[in-house]
Design a protein around this ligand. Structure first.
Ligand code: EPZ
Length: 431
């Protein structure tokens, strides 16, 4: 089992290049199921979750070839229609193959994706969209079977009770080959939804309104291959912005889309960081004295839930008390206990966390419980006195490419230990 060792106290400086967006790569790979032609996705990050999605498509009969930064996919007619349980259990985003399977092959048999550390993660809105387009749904033995009418899915009006990113993406992919027009109302507006729409359009789909609350899709008979480069990862970028600020550093972050980070830049400036943007780069510098903030996570373009944990780490040493309210997921404060072990003063009150800034954090053995909680522990460790050993690094590797190389290049004292022994002090045995 790997761990990451960080000795805190270094002001980060230099340049770091952001990788392609995990949450754009995963739906893009699933979309390759919608055509028998070759689909090439470039700018793909080297992440465990990307490998899992490729493994899933391979298990469905799709030919997948991975080279550094690029995935080539070709889905023959005869792809299987059942996703393996162990892959769906490992990664909830596996459910994104349901829409394409249903649209292209008329059926999808999916294990119910489990919940995870941050919440129950229901899929009712995905199923609502499929049913609206005429699919018959049956559940049993932990599986969901969706079957399209013999004549295929029909265009429909679908209202999403919550602007779910995954449900929007699954509905889009189901609709592109449906007979007629589909209107998705209260759609998610995340940049990753727009990126998927751009790929679908490049494949010949007729999609309008992605990035707004109403997406209109006119079904076509078939889609063709395409080559697509995915957008940079705004959450990775935001994580490095928080790392620069908490260490009082001066960092240039390359390969970003500044408008994807509007809420993040606004809050970081409010905390006292200086941020300059120039083309696809931005520069974050901070004095070390951070002001407290009130943050409320919201669907895009609001403050992203995926940066909530990292900003909690940042604010744990601000000069005052901050209030962070998590409105998207019901249990996304798993990082609080671990930050507390590092000396943070945080009190959870329902969906809010009250963060009383302390003079400094101190290094400790801690454990990542989920991807972004792990990122928060890294951010905290960079500014802590002494050494922090972070266990559960597998969570971090799901969403951060070469994190120790990138942080090391900014001056961080960081190393990965393989086969680390987790001491009792670090809560060994906590599953
Ligand atoms: C995507 O997850 C991202 N994952 C998540 O990033 C991100 O946190 C989330 O969107 C919100 O921005 C990928 O894109 C692969 P949702 P998704 O459906 O689609 C409720 C990370 O760290 N909901 O927008 O699963 C749900 O319970 C990951 O990279 C329903 O009620 O998120 C949650 O409260 C974590 N019914 C809210 O919507 C449904 O059918 C947002 O979920 C679907 C969702």
């Amino acid at each position: 089992m790997d761990s990451i060792l960080i000795r805190g106290g270094v002001r980060l400086s230099g340049r770091v290049v952001v990788s392609g967006a995990k949450n754009a790569a995963l739906p893009a790979i699933a979309a390759a199921l919608l055509t028998g032609d070759e689909v090439t996705i470039s700018g793909v990050p080297a992440l465990d979750d990307v490998d899992t999605m490729c493994e899933l498509l391979d298990s469905l009969g799709v030919s997948v070839s991975i080279t550094p930064g690029r995935v080539r996919l070709r889905a023959p007619r005869a792809a299987a229609k059942q996703a393996p349980y162990d892959l769906v259990r490992r990664m909830r985003a596996s459910f994104l193959v349901a829409g394409p399977l249903l649209a292209r092959f008329g059926a999808a048999r999916m294990p119910m994706p489990g919940g995870c550390a941050i919440g129950s993660r229901p899929i009712n809105l995905h199923l609502k969209a499929f049913a609206a387009m005429g699919a018959d749904l049956a559940t049993g033995n932990g599986y969901i079977e969706a079957v399209a009418p013999a004549a295929g899915l029909r265009g429909a009006r679908v209202y999403l009770d919550y602007p779910s990113v995954g449900a929007t993406e699954n509905a889009m992919m189901a609709a592109v080959l449906a007979d007629g027009i589909t209107i998705i109302e209260n759609a998610a507006q995340e940049p990753e939804v727009v990126d998927l729409a751009n790929l679908l359009a490049a494949m010949g789909a007729k999609v309008r309104g992605a990035g707004t609350a109403v997406i209109k899709i006119e079904g076509v008979d078939e889609l063709h291959g395409a080559a697509h480069t995915i957008i940079p990862d705004r959450i990775e970028a935001g994580t490095y912005m928080a790392a620069a600020a908490i260490t009082g550093g001066d960092v240039i972050i390359d390969n970003v889309v500044p408008e994807h980070l509007a809420a993040t830049m606004s809050k970081l400036r409010e905390a006292g960081a200086v941020i300059e943007t120039q083309g696809s780069s931005l520069r974050v510098s901070a004095s070390g004295d951070l002001q407290p903030l009130d943050i409320k996570t919201m669907p895009y373009p609001g403050f992203p839930t995926d940066l909530q944990a990292q900003f909690m780490a940042l604010l744990s040493i601000a000069r005052g008390t901050s209030i962070i309210t998590e409105t998207v997921f019901e249990n996304r404060f798993m990082h609080v206990d671990e930050l507390t072990r590092m000396g943070a003063k945080i009190k959870i009150d329902g969906r809010s966390a009250v963060v009383e800034g302390v003079e400094a954090l101190s290094g400790a053995p801690v454990r990542a419980t989920d991807l972004r909680a792990g990122a928060a522990l890294v951010v905290a460790a960079l500014a802590s006195r002494g050494e922090t050993e972070i266990f559960g690094v597998g969570h971090i590797d799901r969403g951060y490419e070469a994190i120790e190389r990138k942080l090391g290049a900014l001056g961080a004292v960081i190393e990965r230990r393989t086969d680390a022994r987790e001491s009792l002090a670090a809560g060994a045995g906590a599953s």
